[in-house]
Design a protein around this ligand. Structure first.
Ligand code: HEM
Length: 183
């Protein structure tokens, strides 16, 4: 019989990544809007360095967790959607989920490359990871712009994803939310 819910590991990873993305997006938009000097003037040097460090650390963590999720998606697949769901909604759901996977893998990779080519450290909690790139300020500037544009795209797709989830949960009440809920 085909499963009707994601495995416990898949459900756990979904909510952990959701929390990390919320934090990384919020911190990222603060840094992107204020820049290093603006953040330093608003929060002080130590807090600004901590925001950069944890933004990068959680970003790298998201990359690792998304690769695990991608592997689980390939191996375990996805549970069947309810029969009542129209075809266009199935296509929309698969397209949105695919876009989220692609964006949440591309985003940290671009952030990593922008940071490394800017000559800055890839901080991962207590460690510094290799940058794998030579310093190139022009390339770094362009990659940060791509990083910012991807941030806006993630915000838009996440908003659509949450709106659809709320519609299934509170309006249609068709059990779609139970596929991914923890208890
Ligand atoms: C899914 C993971 C990530 C998300 C959602 C994310 C999100 C963002 C966003 C929205 C911005 C603001 C961009 C702007 O408005 O210009 C930003 C800035 C930044 N991100 Fe990320 N990011 C992620 C991963 C990473 C990683 C892995 C690194 C480096 C290892 C990184 C390094 C940075 C830095 C240094 C800035 C500040 C750029 C500046 O000062 O202009 N990010 N991030």
């Amino acid at each position: 019989m085909q499963r009707v819910r994601y495995s416990l590991l898949q459900r756990l990873l979904h909510w952990i990544v959701a929390l990390c993305v919320l934090g990384a997006l919020s911190a990222g938009f603060v840094l992107g809007t204020l820049g290093f000097e603006g953040a330093k003037n608003s929060f002080g040097l130590d807090t600004t360095n901590a925001i950069y460090k944890y933004h990068k650390s959680f970003g790298v963590l998201i990359l690792g967790l998304m690769l695990v999720r991608l592997g689980l998606w390939v191996v375990l697949g996805r549970p069947a959607l309810p029969q009542s769901m129209p075809g266009w909604q199935r296509v929309a759901a698969i397209a949105t989920h695919g876009a989220l996977y692609a964006l949440l893998i591309a985003m940290p990779v671009v952030g990593w490359m922008a940071t490394a080519s800017g000559g800055f450290p890839i901080e991962f909690f207590g460690y510094v990871l290799p940058g794998f790139m030579a310093k190139d300020p022009e390339l770094s500037k362009w990659l940060y712009e791509v990083h910012g544009a991807l941030g806006v795209a993630i915000l838009a797709v996440v908003a659509l994803h949450i709106a659809a989830a709320l519609h299934h949960w509170r309006v249609k009440r068709d059990g779609v939310m139970r596929r991914i809920s923890l208890p």
